[in-house]
Design a protein around this ligand. Structure first.
Ligand SMILES: Cc1ncc(COP(=O)(O)O)c(C=O)c1O
Length: 395
């Protein structure tokens, strides 16, 4: 039988702090979208208590009534310091940053800076569904350059899409997801440099969504897009939101490469009024003082990845998970199960476990589900048990 891993030394694993009863008291999307008999392993919220420094910083702010508008560059400074230590990147210049309400609204604003209505925005499906929704909503055209069979960027296909997208009108953006949601792929420095070279060749502007950057597995190097040669005209969105489970405390940072600074300067002032001041305080505390907590989380996630592989081998051997190196998501190819294009619906209806359907992730999503690993080993085990049970009743 697949066994549940034990605690690692250091800070306690935050994934094992909360039980189902406590989690069901939460009122956020993960816990309130489905009825109580459904186990939710879908939307990217983590089943963790907050890092101590975040709780203290927010509590202090609330006690003081420090609930006005955000000011200053503390968040960007904390991010720059984190990037220098964690990713060995000292190129994050606070003068080339802006705070934005959250990553997706930041993505929208960056795309607005470098494209016009009707222009193409290239994405690598299967990819985070809001990439399609937000881009379409802002009157840009989504153009797909699907990942290769190895779930990595297909550089030749990307180049061809760059060429086609820029023939004629000329302006185009590439919305890079790094690390990639849902596959957990961490792009290498060589891959990112190739992306930058191709983008330069065709004049495509790169907007990198790097929200999952703090969530690389222990020992895996994350390479910030703006750190690779040729990426100077790129723009990046970074945030503590995924790494420390702060989605409800809205804030993110937009970072411009040296040759994109003038573009970022055109960001309308009102965009900076959108982030929550409490959000900025929380994110800043996470980056400054929450690295011990993050390391404990990353160890727990790694243990959960191993646990999931074992559970699937035992109960659902037809699903062979691709090894993910980042995020807290597992992208599962369920095509061998014969459950059709939307296996998540079968798992929900018959197993009472909620996973994300692969369909909204675009090309390559059919027959797949995305499972959220950021929970306790017990809940993860129960989730896979329910998936297997769904199959029994499906036969
Ligand atoms: C790749 C990616 N970008 C953006 C977001 C959303 O970030 P925010 O809430 O800051 O808009 C998520 C959330 O899961 C994500 O996975």
């Amino acid at each position: 039988m697949t066994s549940i891993p034990h605690d690692t030394p250091g800070e306690p694993d935050p994934l094992r702090a909360l039980g189902l009863e406590q989690l069901r008291r939460r009122t956020s999307m993960k816990w309130r979208t489905y009825p109580e008999d459904v186990l939710p392993l879908w939307v990217a919220e983590m089943d963790v208590p907050l890092a101590g420094p975040v709780v203290r910083a927010v509590t202090d702010a609330l006690t003081l009534g420090d609930t006005g508008y955000p000011a200053g560059t503390a968040y960007a400074e904390a991010l720059a310091a984190f990037a220098a230590v964690r990713w060995k990147w000292d190129g994050l210049d606070v003068r080339r940053t802006a705070i934005v309400p959250d990553v997706m609204l930041g993505v929208v604003e960056m795309i607005k800076l470098v494209t016009g209505p009707g222009d193409p925005v290239i994405v690598n499906p299967p990819v985070y569904p809001p990439f399609f929704q937000f881009v379409t909503h802002m009157d840009r055209r989504v153009v797909e350059a699907p990942l290769g069979a190895d779930l990595r960027i297909d550089l030749a296909a990307l180049e061809e899409v760059f060429r086609q997208a820029t023939t004629g009108s000329g302006r185009a953006a590439f919305l890079l997801c790094s690390p990639h949601n849902p596959t957990g792929t961490v792009h290498t420095a060589a891959e990112l440099a190739s992306v930058a070279a191709r983008a330069e060749r065709y004049g495509v502007r790169v907007v990198a969504d790097e929200i999952h950057a703090p969530l690389v597995a222990p020992g895996v190097p994350f390479v910030p897009y703006l750190s690779v040669p040729g990426a100077g005209r790129g723009l990046s969105l970074m945030s503590a939101s995924k790494g420390w489970n702060l989605a409800g405390l809205k804030a993110a940072v937009a970072v411009a490469g040296p040759e994109a600074a003038a573009d970022l300067d055109r960001l309308p002032e009102e965009v900076g009024h959108g982030p929550s001041h409490i959000g900025v305080i929380a994110h800043t505390a996470a980056l400054r003082e929450g690295t011990g907590w993050l390391d404990a989380l990353l160890a727990g996630l790694q243990a959960n990845r191993t646990l999931l592989t074992g559970l699937l081998a035992e109960h659902l051997p037809a699903i062979r998970p691709q090894p993910a190196e980042a995020t807290f998501l597992a992208w599962l190819d369920c095509r061998a199960l014969g459950l059709g294009d939307d296996p998540a619906q079968v798992f929900l209806d018959r197993g009472r476990v909620a996973l994300s359907s692969g369909l909204p992730f675009g090309t390559g999503g059919a027959g797949h589900v995305r499972l959220n690993l950021a929970t306790s080993p017990e809940i993860l085990t129960e989730g896979v048990r329910r998936m297997a049970a769904a199959l029994m009743t499906h036969l």
